[in-house]
Structure formats: structure tokens, C-alpha cells
Design a protein around this ligand. Sequence first.
Ligand SMILES: Nc1ncnc2c1ncn2[C@@H]1O[C@H](COP(=O)(O)OP(=O)(O)OP(=O)(O)O)[C@@H](O)[C@H]1O
Length: 238
Amino acid sequence: MNLVVHNLTRRFHAGEREVTALDGIELTIEGGEFVAIVGRSGSGKTTLLNAIGGLDTDYQGSVTLGGPDAPALHTLSERELAATRQRHLGYVFQQFNLLNHLSAAENVALPSFFGGGLSAADAHQRALDLLEGVGLKHLSDARPPQLSGGQKQRVAIARALFAKPDILLCDEPTGSLDRDTGLQILEIFERLNGEQGITVILVTHEHHVAARAHRRVVLDQGRIVEDVAQTPLSPEVA
Ligand SMILES: Nc1ncnc2c1ncn2[C@@H]1O[C@H](COP(=O)(O)OP(=O)(O)OP(=O)(O)O)[C@@H](O)[C@H]1O
């Protein structure tokens, strides 16, 4: 599934001040790419990811998922937008966003409450399979407070995969983890990208994380100042 961002400009109003967070962004990402979006603090990375992910549509320009005939996200009704997000996009954030009173498996199966038509038993089984995929099946009954940061991020990744997304959007997914744990999480993204062809779009300020992507997009003051293919560094080097 292709992603096309066309002439995207996003302004925020902070009191009397107007901030142009994104300024005429043009970006096409093909299905199956592994892209790192990097840039200094305040350069617009999260704003861009939110627009790509349909979490924000209050901009000028357009974001389109799918072929040339697909409707731009900002033209969809709230319901259509939610369905598009559910069907095509998975989100992984730095803060994990897990519910502490639910087990790991219940957290992973949460999306089943918002549609998909799976029975509770099937949803639970899918959650267990996904937890196995991220090496955490043995902790399926544990609650988030009992898990380490890296384990919580694995749960969050499994949950993001629940609805079989085409695109995984990751905002500083290793930011709160130590380097080794972060690299283990990156390996999961690499596997999902390499073996399952899931598009990975990863926002990071960490150079050794960006070095593992196949393409680097650099933002500065809301503009793309560099967009290059790169040979990803191997785990040993990174
Ligand atoms: N809701 C908002 N209201 C006002 N200004 C905002 C809002 N969200 C973002 N901005 C501004 O837009 C610009 C881009 O912010 P953004 O969060 O996208 O940057 P970033 O590159 O992700 O930064 P960081 O690496 O620090 O997370 C910044 O100047 C920020 O202050």
C-alpha cells in the first residue's frame, strides 16, 4: 500500500504566535519500505507522523493511502477515517500506552473490541500468537506494571499488529529504552518488514536507530531537507 503526502502544510496557533510545523511536505512511501524520519527537536516529525496516521487532518494539502483513486484522509468522515486507521495502520509509541489493569494478552486483543468480528476465544488466541511472535508468550498473563520497558514495548507492538496493518507507524519506539533493549525492538521491526513486507515508518532522534532503516528522511523546520536511500547498518555495527 502506497502512502502519498502532497503539499502538506500544518500550522498551529499558540496564543498570538503562529507556528508552521510542516511546510509543503512532498513524500511518497511505497509499500514495504522501512523509513526513518529524523530531525532536531521541533522539526515536525511527530506532526508529520500524526498526519500520515490520520490522527490529525487539520492541515492544508493531502495524505492518501492506497492507489491513485483512493480518497485523501481529510475528505473522509470520522467513521471512514477510523475504519481506514483500523484496517491499514498500526501505531507504536514511546510511552507504550498499555492499560495496567489488563493482562498482556488482553492489551494485545484490545482492538477486537472496536470491530473485526473475532470471537473472544479467537481474539485471545490471536493475541497469544502475536505475543509468541515478539517472544513474550510466557508473559501473556502478566500485567504491564510487572513488565520491563522492553517487554511493554513488545506488547505494544503485538497490539499494533492485531488488525494486520499494512503500515506500522512508530514514534520514538526505542526512546525510553536502553540501547541494547532498543536494538532488540528494532530487530522486531526489521523482521516484520523483511519477512511480512509491512511498511515501517519510524520517527527517531537516535542516529544508531535511523541507521537501521533503508531510507532516511530528514526534517528541518517543517521541511524535508534530505531524503536518501541508505544501506542499513547491520546489528553488529549499529
Ligand atoms: N498542538 C500544538 N500546538 C502548538 N504548537 C505545536 C503543537 N504541536 C506541535 N507544535 C509545534 O510544531 C513544531 C513541530 O512539533 P513536533 O512535535 O512535530 O516536532 P518533533 O520534531 O516531533 O519534536 P520532538 O523531537 O521534540 O518530539 C514545534 O515547533 C512545536 O512546538
